[in-house]
Design a protein around this ligand. Structure first.
Ligand SMILES: *Cc1c(COP(=O)(O)O)cnc(C)c1O
Length: 427
């Protein structure tokens, strides 16, 4: 356990230094290990399925930079593409051919994204998509779902109001109540609640949803739920926005919208499409996207948007993908998860799982959950113990029970075997 760690080893000293100079020692809160206790591990390098810490210890990585690394760490073609581009210049702040190339590549998998705009993060892409939806529909209400994460823009750091109130309340200090009230938070996978809500409200600009939830652990949407959202938005003139920042290029070629056969009005991408460099993107029908500046009156911009390094890194990954690639990777993940559940159940563990493509979550629950409320009941203490016992054996899972884990194309049998043996010992 974290508490038994020596206080005077080099990594503890590094953590003390980090906390002196960085807020909470981190630049993104979940990295601080608050959900699992102890101090975070400092990493120095990585290759394939492995992270290597500053003491030289290797870990099989199931976090993969929160799903960004579909090919694993330091994927050869990405490293070479970035090196090659760096020699030609890092950023031009002007148009380049690379942005068109990546956009073209994305449209092969997401034909509904007729026009695309790149940003430097998923947060930015979501924030801009909401502005576009509000600007064009001339309505202000946003609907999201409990347990969904869409980055940290003000309108989305909102939680459900108490009782039957349909107005959201701020989920962070600094988010004005007046803005939070314009966001409504409904239960995930509950089509009846959505139907009721649409009966009562006429001011809905858009519904934003992770079609395969990845930020309360993996919970795939029920098909009827997404179909209901599609029908309700179509009828009312609200936009349906699929936030596929995780699920895009992860659950299959073409993302969750292909898996479910549902076309959203806008799609948000990020993570995988940057090959490990900062990126976000949103897109949809030209008639909608053309309302963005410079063509339309909805403003949107970014100094490093579509920068050549991110474009080159993204292209090196996306151009290597195919249906066959996903069949193989997804089968490997299915097989691994089945064996993992076998090991844990054999040890009489209360455990269940969800998987979509190469993303999955093991839940310390009897039955795999369907929404945030059910996830919240999971055994957090059991997760903490399990997490640290795996960490000690060189297995790195995301440091929170409410996150997705990932497999990459570099997760070949050997690291997976090692992981299954570690599971056995961790019980
Ligand atoms: C990661 C994530 C975001 C935010 O992307 P950033 O690049 O971290 O800003 C938005 N939506 C979903 C579904 C995500 O998983």
């Amino acid at each position: 356990m974290g508490t038994s760690q020596k206080q005077n080893d080099p990594m503890s000293r590094a953590w003390a230094q980090a906390q002196k100079h960085l807020v909470g020692g981190v630049n993104s809160p979940v990295r601080a290990f608050k959900a699992v206790g102890g101090r975070p591990v400092f990493f120095e390098r990585a290759r394939g399925p492995y992270l290597v810490d500053t003491a030289g210890k290797a870990y099989v990585d199931f976090c993969l930079s929160w799903g960004a690394l579909l090919m694993g760490h330091a994927y050869g073609p990405t490293v070479r593409a970035v090196q090659k581009q760096a020699l030609k210049g890092l950023t031009f702040g002007a148009v380049t051919p690379y942005e068109t190339e990546l956009a073209r590549e994305i449209k092969k998998a997401f034909p509904g994204m007729q026009k695309i705009r790149f940003t430097s993060s998923g947060t930015e892409a979501v924030m801009s998509a909401l502005r576009l939806a509000r600007g064009v529909t001339k309505k202000n209400r946003i609907v999201k779902f409990e347990g969904g994460y869409h980055g940290h823009s003000d309108s989305l750091l909102v939680k459900a109001g108490s009782g039957l109130a349909t107005l959201g309340t701020p989920d962070s200090a600094g988010v004005p109540g007046a803005l939070a009230e314009l966001t409504s938070v409904l239960a995930y996978n509950d089509e009846k609640a959505a139907i009721q809500f649409f009966k009562k409200h006429r001011d809905i600009a858009c519904v934003i949803v992770e079609p395969v939830a990845g930020n309360m652990g993996v919970i795939p949407a029920k098909k009827a739920f997404l179909e209901t959202l599609r029908a309700l938005t179509k009828k009312s003139g609200a936009w349906l926005i699929f936030d596929e920042v995780i699920s895009g290029y992860r659950v299959c070629y073409g993302g969750a919208q292909h898996l479910y056969g549902i076309d959203p009005d806008l799609t948000i991408l990020g993570k995988v499409i940057g090959g490990g460099l900062p990126v976000g993107a949103f897109g949809g029908r030209a008639a909608l996207m053309n309302h963005l500046s410079p063509l339309g009156n909805v403003y949107q911009a970014g100094t490093l948007s579509g920068n050549p390094l991110s474009m080159a890194a993204g292209l090196s990954v996306l151009s290597a993908l195919s249906e066959t690639f996903y069949r193989k990777l997804n089968r490997q993940c299915e097989d691994f998860l089945e064996k993992a559940l076998g090991v844990l159940k054999n040890k009489h563990r209360t455990v269940s799982a969800h998987r979509a493509g190469s993303m999955f979550t093991l839940f310390f629950l009897e039955r795999a959950p369907q929404n945030f409320q059910e996830v919240s009941a999971s055994d957090k203490k059991a997760f903490r113990r399990f997490f640290h016992r795996l960490l000690a054996q060189g297995i790195y899972f995301p440091p929170s029970p409410f996150e997705a884990s990932f497999l990459s194309a570099a997760h070949r049998p050997e690291p997976l075997q090692k992981t299954l043996r570690a599971f056995e010992k961790a019980c």
